[in-house]
Design a protein around this ligand. Sequence first.
Ligand code: PEP
Ligand code: MG
Length: 525
Amino acid sequence: MAEPLRLKAKSASPGIASGPAFLAERPGAAPAPQTAGGYGALEMAIDISIGELERLAEGADPESRDIIDFQIEVLRDPSIAEATGARVEVDENVVFAWVATLDAYIGELETADEEQMRARAVDILDIKNRVLGALAGTPIADFPPGSVFVGKDMEPSRFLAHDWSKGGGIALFSGSTAGHVALLARAKAVPMVVGTGRFSAEDGDPVRVDGDAGAVVLQAGRMLIPPLVPTQAPAGDTQIESVELRTADGVPILISININDPAEIDSLDPATAGVGLMRSEFSIASIADAANEERQLAIYRRVLEQAGEKPVIIRMLDIGGDKPLVGLEDLPALDSGLRGTRLLLARPEIARVQARALLRATAFGGLSVMLPMVTFPDEIDRMREIFREEAEKLGRRSLLHRMPPIGMMVEVPAAALMLDTFGSAAFFSFGTNDLTQYLAATARDDLEADAGKTAPAVLRLIAQAVKLAAGKPVSICGDMAGDPHYLPGLLAAGLRHFSVAPARRPAIRSAITGFNADGTRAAGE
Ligand code: PEP
Ligand code: MG
């Protein structure tokens, strides 16, 4: 029998996984998700929604039938299509044109004198969201649980849609250890290697991903390899620990978790201070989701309710750059390379929907909102104004809401150097992933980039910025926070609040007790 072939790769997420290969690049293996662009897509989504409603009507009682018939009538109403079409003609994205048209209709109904009319508002809200659901398109095809994903690269949405509880891993021909899928894999403790170079394997061939050593092992001739090992939480994660954590010299330290997917909130145990970063962009698969206030509200509500009393920081959509949003490709804002808060300000219709969902979500827990990729202080002021205007609109509709504290990521060097000028930010959180990239003039997806060489510059910048924070709450949520190697430097820079991927929490907790708050090693360590 042929010897197994061991290919050297770079570890992107530790652990070992074995399973049958799933080749992502077979022709037709990964159908492109349906995009939400163009008026034709809206017409199709309306047709799909009418079909769904007709099916629902079949088994419905007479009262429900009346409601469904009314909804179908509205969907077929040419004046709705015309109003949406007119908005598209003045260059509005079709998804937001649909939302604006229906919101205007809902607004009229909500303020009608007759109670019967007011009661219809919710029926229109329902069809607005049904059509948005249809516009969001079919999800990307999943692959069998327990298999090893083999391909050139992997989309974050595909990672998030997959059930990793049955084990499995990822081997990418190219990819990056700093890319977003690598970050998701580390958070969920899914073994992953990148940079294997192209190799040939067939679907179902046994493959082993060695995320510890950085290798992929191919068993030639379909020879059996040991059964797949379901990914396990690192030992210690299940032990009951106290929230109280101190350095060796007694300075209190907070550890929060970063979540990328609402389901990860389940790993918030009693020893965790809260959620220091929820990357909301990973819950939004397309522009249709970005336009769907109710869907976003449901996601944030779930996270906040699960967190209970603990604080939760939800970051607004960090889209653009290396985080595309399906359906947004054609918009002028993207051509200029905008990302994060600047993109949201350039496309305020996206920010306004999210602002409303966040304002309403405050009813369900201790929510703070964080703005991504902030560069200049006026960006915070402009976003705050959007929140204020949307809060006023919610107030007019008697919808429960509250203004959350609004803080910012510190991940653009210009912002870090000028932190004392961000008077209206309620708190700061260092994003070392982007800070490293922009300090070293390297690309985040550059496999060869040596983050270690840039670390001293990043640490020096953080230490300066912490002094400029003027006593406001400061934390760190970039990947550096979850690497014990950088802990002394981060402590010395003055950081006391670390937000890390759930899988990194035990390692950081145990490392902290070995250091003093100034970053020196504790006596006897
Ligand atoms: C960062 O840049 O460090 C960060 C936390 O944001 P993201 O990784 O989502 O870009
Ligand atoms: Mg970032």
